[in-house]
Write a protein that binds this ligand. Structure first.
Ligand code: HEC
Ligand code: HEC
Ligand code: HEC
Ligand code: HEC
Length: 512
């Protein structure tokens, strides 16, 4: 092997070649360095950390010091001015709009009070004000378990992790789900926010709710392996899913569980509940063992064309936004119809009016049949009560009551999967149509049974034309409930808030 010097003497162009190659490499490295420096400068401009965030910092305002744009846009979920044809951020008393709902939910909390959901900012306030949470006077009082807090805000992972540190990973979580709702009234104060979805160290998305992680585990899947795009939906699936409280897992705990072990479709979840003979309540009129669908938004979304094409919840509900040349994620999670240009027109070229019509036309068509199904189920409850009154036996009623359970499960699944008639109109329509068949079968059996019992005239239908009349018909004493609630809001809630303020004041936040 000759030395390089000898080679260069023979062929001088080698030296020039080496020289040029070096110049090119140095130039490229220079470009890279300058681009990195530029990005860094941008990042510093966009985010200069002001405070050190602890792992479970629940106060959105404190995160807001570091991320003012995201915080300010998050804060706009307080805006209640937008109404679309069926949804939006206004608080609408759904029982007033449709008093038949009171009959559907007779014997259950929802018959007392049910409002259309509004922005995340209100999650705590709305739960405190709802008649469904009652008017507890002590920590061990009231109709609801502590589990009801789970989807309300970042104090939940904070308290859970305190308990995990004390009691270990399994018992810690179970302990959170033990006891009454009022037990955690002074702990859960900050509404849905940053710590629910973000790791403060690097702002990566994170899953903070054990129920979702556990549901994946039982299906043999590791949620930690979810892709970046999947995470942009899974953070929402921590709360916008169907769930129930399992009382058989840990002594005394209402353990939040997602019923996905047989699959995630309406029928597979129904089978899961049927197999374990689970019921949310016994219907006050028909005595059917009922299921309350919570909000299977994620499950229905998965069956739609957007999910199929990899479009995430965040793509439509948290689109990018530009302010002063800085691009960031709009944290005002809301109806995309209030923001069609950023939510839809990044992918679709159609005019706003056209896209809005695409949404409302699908909703109109779904709701047309959902409304018919609702009417059938209301009648079935009333007719079943009539049959009991005429002396029907449990044996005669059992099959009919299962039909009512299954029909209403389908109605509720379609109605409570907020946005489902757009997210997946075909699946939602299918669920409703199977519900109509089941409800009709149940009513045919009822007519036959009543004939057997010697009655074959039309069954009297009560006047349930207003919320007040419907609530009276099912025997609710609304004056009493409202009075107790007002008392609770005046005497107990301010104490909760005060205790929480004291606690938060005692925390030292390090400024940087
Ligand atoms: C329901 C879940 C959720 C909540 C609550 C939430 N975020 Fe986000 N955040 C997201 C998603 C989704 C993204 C987009 C992530 C991505 O694609 O990289 C994001 C992105 C971000 C980013 C990255 C920069 C950007 O704008 O894209 C920052 C910073 C951020 N969020 C701050 C916050 C702050 C501060 C809060 C509380 C006021 C908050 N987030 C609350 C889901 C959430
Ligand atoms: C920690 C639980 C939780 C998480 C996480 C969560 N939500 Fe929600 N969301 C709620 C609750 C509770 C409400 C109803 C609040 C109320 O009415 O007081 C709600 C309401 C909404 C609404 C209705 C707002 C309106 O103006 O009508 C939309 C839209 C929504 N969420 C979208 C999302 C999206 C998209 C994600 C994920 C990026 C997400 N949510 C993550 C719990 C959650
Ligand atoms: C990230 C891209 C993306 C965004 C954002 C998006 N879409 Fe789509 N949309 C798609 C794709 C992809 C399809 C499937 C059609 C195809 O592949 O040609 C689709 C299909 C549709 C369809 C026909 C499917 C059906 O249900 O019958 C409608 C209607 C629609 N989108 C409306 C909207 C509206 C309204 C918004 C805003 C709220 C929106 N899209 C946001 C990508 C997107
Ligand atoms: C392709 C866009 C798109 C995707 C993806 C999408 N949504 Fe929606 N979502 C909509 C539209 C459009 C509506 C109907 C809004 C209306 O009627 O005002 C809606 C309605 C909703 C509502 C009811 C809003 C209200 O004002 O009460 C909630 C809650 C919701 N979506 C949550 C989710 C969640 C959670 C995911 C992911 C699992 C998701 N969405 C995925 C477009 C989308």
């Amino acid at each position: 092997m000759k030395s390089i010097n000898e080679q260069i003497k023979k062929k001088p162009w080698i030296a020039w070649g080496l020289f040029l190659a070096t110049v090119v490499v140095v130039f490229i490295l220079g470009l890279l360095a300058s681009s990195i420096a530029e990005r860094r400068a941008e990042a510093v401009f966009a985010y200069t950390p002001q405070v050190e965030l602890s792992e479970w910092e629940p106060r959105n305002e404190v995160w807001g010091e570091n991320y003012p744009r995201e915080f300010q846009s998050y804060y706009q979920t307080a805006d209640t001015s937008f109404r679309s044809k069926y949804n939006g951020s206004a608080m609408i008393d759904m029982l007033e709009v449709d008093p038949r709902l009171v009959v559907l939910w007779a014997g259950y909390g929802f018959a007392k009070d049910y409002n259309q959901g509004r922005g995340h900012y209100y999650a705590i306030e709305d739960l405190q004000k709802s008649l469904r949470t009652g008017a507890p006077k002590t920590a061990n009082d009231g109709p609801m378990p502590s589990t009801c807090w789970t989807c309300k805000g970042p104090d939940v992972p904070r308290v859970m992790n305190d308990l995990i540190e004390k009691l270990g990973p399994k018992e810690g979580v179970a302990e959170f789900y033990r006891g009454k709702w009022a037990k955690l009234g002074m702990e859960i104060i900050n509404p849905i926010g940053c710590a629910d979805c973000h790791n403060p160290e690097n702002m990566n998305l994170r899953i903070t709710r054990p129920a979702l992680v556990e549901a994946f585990q039982r299906q043999g899947k590791d949620i930690a392996k979810a892709s970046y795009q999947e995470m942009r939906s899974l953070v929402c699936a921590q709360c916008h899913v169907e769930y129930y409280f399992n009382k058989n897992k840990f002594e005394g705990a209402n353990y939040l569980t997602l019923p996905w072990d047989n699959g995630m479709s309406c029928e597979e979840v129904e089978e899961y509940y049927d197999n374990m003979k689970f019921k949310d309540w016994i219907h006050k009129l028909s005595k059917a063992p009922m299921l309350k669908a919570q909000h299977p938004g994620y499950e229905i979304y998965l069956t739609g064309v957007h999910a199929d094409r990899g479009v995430s919840c965040a793509d439509c509900h948290m689109p990018y936004k530009n302010e002063g040349g800085i691009k960031f994620t709009d944290h005002k999670m809301q109806s995309p119809l209030n923001n069609v240009s950023n939510s839809c027109q990044v992918c679709h070229r159609e005019e706003t009016a056209k896209l809005v019509a695409n949404v409302t036309e699908r909703q109109d068509r779904i709701i047309e049949n959902r409304d018919k199904l609702e009417e059938l189920i209301v009648r079935a409850h009333i007719e079943a009560k009539f049959a009991w009154d005429k002396g029907a036996t449990e044996n005669q009623m059992n099959e009919i009551l299962m039909d009512i359970r299954h029909a209403q499960w389908r109605w509720d699944y379609a109605a409570a999967s907020h946005g489902g008639s757009f997210h997946s109109p075909v699946e939602t329509g299918r669920i409703i149509s199977t519900g109509i068949t089941i409800a009709q079968e149940g009513r045919i059996k009822l007519a036959r049974l009543l004939a057997e019992l010697g009655y074959n005239k039309p069954i009297p239908y009560p006047d349930i034309s207003t919320k007040a009349k419907a609530q009276k018909y099912i025997g609710l004493d609304m004056d009493k409930l409202n009075k107790e609630k007002n008392e609770f809001l005046k005497s107990i809630v301010p104490k909760w808030t005060e205790t929480a303020m004291e606690r938060e004041k005692s925390w030292k936040t390090k400024t940087l």
